[in-house]
Design a protein around this ligand. Structure first.
Ligand SMILES: Nc1ncnc2c1ncn2[C@@H]1O[C@H](COP(=O)(O)OP(=O)(O)O)[C@@H](O)[C@H]1O
Ligand SMILES: N[C@@H](CCC(=O)OP(=O)(O)O)C(=O)O
Length: 385
């Protein structure tokens, strides 16, 4: 290991953001599988209890707490006689189905010791990305908080398919934080902070604060750790931090055993500063939360118009279409090399587009009617990637 765990002295700016951490009224806390399980993969009761003691205190102080907890698959392994995390989706789903009940039962018992009731909230990608669905998810979470219950969120693993799955819970936690307008997101893992490289390597050092993207330059952000039950590793945690800070929410990334000092605003872990320049929430959501349902291939002129001049995308600049989307779905706009340059909400169904490609809007309007004068993606519904 590189630098031994220690508490860095807060800088003034760090101190100010830490004050926001202490003052946070609504907090989303995410804990990973690796922090909840024993070496053999079962649920580690004492770890669940330790986390719940910290969160229970917070909730009884009057703060609103939403817990995003992984661990369903890990908890389901032993009861099904499995010795390690399965690779195939069907067995992962079976394990999650068995484990989720055990996990929630364990949390319900632990929170009950603090006089608190829990509510299970299982979400899919669609539930947090599609407007109609996320309003629904928001209402449920809001009502649980109003009723002083602790929502415990996980991905709905049993119905999520490979294509539309988060897999890790880091980004889900960031989107839940945005959804409930949290004041703080705390990501708890089996590592005490973000390090400059694999923490097991001798020259890696701990990063105490990330003020903006520049502080991430030169860092080796690696995959899941050696516990064998986590997924995503630091890659998805840093992505989650980008999403949340982009929504103006500070993020603390630290070890599960440091949850109490982190929530008390002590300088533990890595503090990601909220970004002052908030993008329009809807477009930010589009860039980070939606999974594209298809791809529109642009010719170089269309790339220059959309990216360089911030114009709407017209049928004339599209050379090919992939995917089975319907009007209103998010799609990626890709250049001639296939690299995504923008994401937007498309105004046509996939089946309609091939007949329109390469034709000018006036020609289309004359041939097919005024409805075909509309842009394929309006510039207000476009975000550059
Ligand atoms: N730059 C880095 N800093 C810290 N940890 C890293 C880094 N790169 C890779 N990791 C690994 O990421 C692991 C945490 O991710 P993961 O196993 O998915 O945990 P969780 O179950 O908490 O989501 C750590 O145990 C660590 O080995
Ligand atoms: N929804 C899954 C989460 C998968 C997972 O391992 O996530 P994480 O530990 O956050 O990287 C579960 O409950 O097992």
């Amino acid at each position: 290991m590189g630098t031994q765990p220690g508490r860095a002295a807060p800088t003034t700016q760090n101190g100010r953001v830490r004050d926001a951490v202490t003052a946070a009224r609504r907090v989303v806390v995410k804990i990973g599988s690796s922090s909840l399980t024993t070496a053999t993969g079962g649920l580690a009761d004492e770890r669940v209890d330790a986390l719940v003691d910290t969160l229970g205190r917070l909730a009884t102080e009057g703060r609103e707490v939403v817990l995003v907890s992984s661990g369903a698959i890990a908890a389901g392994l032993a009861p099904l006689g499995l010795t390690r995390r399965p690779r195939d989706l069907a067995t992962q789903q079976a394990a999650a189905s068995v484990g989720q009940g055990l996990l929630i039962g364990r949390y319900a018992a632990a929170f009950a010791r603090h006089g608190l009731t829990v509510g299970q909230v299982l979400l899919t990608v669609d539930d947090v990305t599609r407007r109609a669905h996320y309003r629904n998810a928001y209402r449920t979470l809001r009502k649980l908080l109003d009723l002083h219950a602790v929502p415990i969120v996980n991905e709905n693993d049993t119905v999520a398919t490979e294509e539309i799955r988060f897999g890790d819970n880091d980004r889900l936690a960031a989107l839940v934080a945005a959804l409930v307008h949290a004041d703080l997101l705390v990501l708890l893992s089996d590592v005490d902070a973000l390090w400059t490289g694999d923490p097991a390597r001798p020259h890696s050092t701990r990063i105490t604060e990330v003020r903006d993207e520049k502080d991430l330059a030169g860092i080796t952000i690696g995959g899941a750790g050696r516990s064998g039950v986590g997924t995503g590793g630091m890659v998805t945690k840093v992505e989650a931090a980008r999403i949340a800070t982009g929504f103006g929410i500070p993020v603390v990334l630290t070890g599960a055993d440091l949850a109490a000092p982190a929530l008390a605003g002590e300088p533990v872990g890595t503090l990601f500063h909220p970004q002052r320049q908030r993008p329009a929430a809807r477009l930010f959501w589009l860039a980070h939360a939606t999974s594209p349902r298809g791809r529109l291939h642009l010719d170089p002129g269309a790339v220059a118009a959309v990216v360089g001049r911030r114009k709407s995308l017209l049928p004339a600049g599209i050379t090919a279409v992939d995917g089975a989307f319907t009007a209103g779905d998010p799609v990626d706009l890709v250049d001639a090399g296939g690299a995504p340059v923008a994401r937007g909400l498309v105004n046509y169904d996939a089946v309609e587009l091939p007949g329109l490609l390469g034709r000018s809007t006036s020609e289309l309007a004359a041939a097919l009617g005024p409805a075909y004068e509309r842009e394929v993606v309006h510039r207000d519904d476009l975000v550059l990637l």
